[in-house]
Design a protein around this ligand. Structure first.
Ligand SMILES: *[C@@H]1O[C@H](CO)[C@@H](O)[C@H](O)[C@H]1NC(C)=O
Ligand SMILES: *[C@@H]1O[C@H](CO)[C@@H](O)[C@H](O)[C@H]1NC(C)=O
Ligand SMILES: *[C@@H]1O[C@H](CO)[C@@H](O)[C@H](O)[C@H]1NC(C)=O
Ligand SMILES: *[C@@H]1O[C@H](CO)[C@@H](O)[C@H](O)[C@H]1NC(C)=O
Ligand SMILES: *[C@@H]1O[C@H](CO)[C@@H](O)[C@H](O)[C@H]1NC(C)=O
Ligand SMILES: *[C@@H]1O[C@H](CO)[C@@H](O)[C@H](O)[C@H]1NC(C)=O
Ligand SMILES: *[C@@H]1O[C@H](CO)[C@@H](O)[C@H](O)[C@H]1NC(C)=O
Ligand SMILES: *[C@@H]1O[C@H](CO)[C@@H](O)[C@H](O)[C@H]1NC(C)=O
Length: 409
């Protein structure tokens, strides 16, 4: 089902745009409008003040700012607003043949600005990156959303409302066709003629996923078939995410997974992108002071015309010395965001300085080291935990199903 109604809003839309007193941004190319945004946006930022205390400040994206650095491209476009004393906010749009969407949102704020960040104990400039949650919008449609939407990335919350956006504008004018966000649409009343058949109360037992198959993924610095690998990762991967009200768990099958990305050469990040059917996962590794670590994870899952997207660009996991590899044979769960976690098995990763197509010595994770001492206990405990998790999942699933059952009448 389409979650969006595509409505031709003639005068209504024009009126809507004029009404809103938000931040309006127009990007032009060759004197033609190619990117448009009008929105209200509040930031809530938590920062440290003297005495290791936290303060939270809320401020609104000002109506005026500069858009230097904004650009319209064929496949991706950038809307960048610089405002205040050294802050900026940017949206990256991408498109395919039929649709476009907000791919990423960046927010950079300078804690030096004491008109906003009073008594900040740091003078740093910080950047948060959030995967856009906007679902794909048909090209030549303007996206509108009056409802409030919150993007939470830990220390920063972004609250949007009265949003109108259009990217990849083709003929220099805003479209009159609007794609309205789900929350703005009237809740559909169930047709009154439906015969009410009570839902059977049998709850499908959750079938626990088998352990994922371990795959080996390589990157080469270029396409020549005999060049040696620059990045090596061996892992069995299982994803768990919450898409709306659905809990989804799936294994990444190495047989149908392709790897891409780029090597970390001359100080650039190393990025491994795994594509498995409808799932795309990217791992960004950073090198710093002779150590590497996993810094960002980015997952998108395409289900029909709807894409689940989540990520975190502020992680520091899997740390090991550059020139060695990171290893964790034990099952390891990584919480990426409120809606996404993944589990690794038989993990070994070397994102930098791979020699001779093989892993260098490994820095073993703590869980593996403890293994030798407390195997029997660990097995017992993890079995107990597993049983609890399965039971909990079963009851949650059951309650949800019941709740849903009642909801629909
Ligand atoms: C946005 O922030 C302003 C303060 O800057 C506050 O007065 C207003 O209530 C906030 N609105 C929302 C929807 O968070
Ligand atoms: C931040 O910068 C201001 C002015 O440059 C300086 O007075 C202050 O000491 C700095 N604070 C910190 C924590 O570095
Ligand atoms: C609006 O959408 C309808 C149906 O999708 C399409 O037939 C029409 O050409 C669109 N109009 C514009 C101006 O894009
Ligand atoms: C790649 O193969 C070509 C021809 O087979 C050979 O001349 C070249 O030395 C090889 N390069 C490397 C890095 O092994
Ligand atoms: C993957 O391929 C191998 C060999 O082609 C096969 O033995 C194995 O069963 C496949 N695994 C899955 C999960 O399909
Ligand atoms: C990396 O740095 C070396 C020397 O510092 C240089 O020769 C090489 O071209 C650089 N490679 C890239 C991809 O920038
Ligand atoms: C996140 O994923 C999107 C597409 O799925 C990609 O364009 C973007 O570059 C990724 N970002 C990072 C930090 O990996
Ligand atoms: C990133 O993570 C570090 C360590 O967990 C934390 O101190 C920092 O505040 C985080 N930054 C943001 C912008 O979330």
């Amino acid at each position: 089902m389409f979650r969006y109604a595509c409505v031709t809003l003639l005068l209504l839309l024009a009126a809507g745009v004029r009404q809103s007193s938000g931040t309006e941004v127009k990007v032009e190319e060759d004197k033609k409008l190619c990117l448009y945004a009008n929105l209200m946006l509040n930031f809530s930022v938590t920062y440290e003040v003297a005495g290791k205390k936290n303060a939270t400040v809320t401020f609104t994206l000002p109506e005026t700012g500069t858009t230097n650095g904004s650009r319209c491209g064929n496949d991706s476009s950038l809307l960048k607003i610089d405002f205040g004393k050294g802050h900026s906010w940017a949206l990256n749009f991408t498109r395919d043949n039929q649709t476009y969407k907000v791919d990423y949102i960046w927010f950079t704020y300078d804690l030096k600005d004491d008109t906003i960040f009073k008594n900040s104990s740091s003078n740093d400039t910080k950047t948060v990156t959030v995967g856009g949650r906007m679902r794909a919008v048909d090209l030549n449609n303007i996206y509108t959303c009056k409802s409030h939407e919150t993007l939470d990335s830990g220390l920063v919350q972004q609250v949007f409302w009265n949003v109108s956006l259009q990217a990849f504008i083709s003929n220099g004018t805003l479209s009159k066709n609007a794609t309205i966000c789900h929350d703005d649409q009237p809740t559909p009343t169930p047709p009154s003629t439906t015969t009410i058949t009570p839902k059977p109360t049998t709850t499908p037992k959750p079938t626990p996923l088998p352990q994922p198959t371990t795959g080996t993924y390589k990157l080469k610095p270029n396409d020549t078939s005999n060049s040696t690998a620059c990045l090596l990762v061996t892992v069995g991967l299982q994803l768990h995410y919450t898409d709306g009200k659905e809990f989804v768990s799936e294994n990444i099958d190495p047989n149908i997974t392709t790897s891409g990305g780029n090597c970390g050469i001359n100080g650039s990040d190393a990025v491994l992108v795994l594509k498995c059917d409808h799932v795309t996962i990217s791992f960004t590794f950073v090198e710093n002071k002779q150590k590497f670590f996993l810094h960002a994870v980015n997952v998108s899952v395409v289900n029909g015309n709807h894409t689940f997207h989540s990520g975190n660009a502020n992680m520091s996991l899997w740390e090991a010395a550059v020139g060695s590899s990171y290893m964790c044979n034990k099952q390891q769960t990584v919480n990426v965001s409120d809606s996404l976690a993944f589990v690794t098995y038989d993990l070994r990763a070397q994102p930098f300085e791979v020699k001779n197509n093989s892993f260098a010595t490994a820095d073993d994770c703590a869980a593996d080291k403890d293994d030798n001492l407390i195997v029997p206990i660990a097995v017992g405990v993890s079995l107990a935990v597993l049983v609890l998790i399965v039971l909990a999942a079963y009851f949650i699933g059951r309650r949800r199903n019941q709740a849903r059952g009642y909801e629909s009448f």
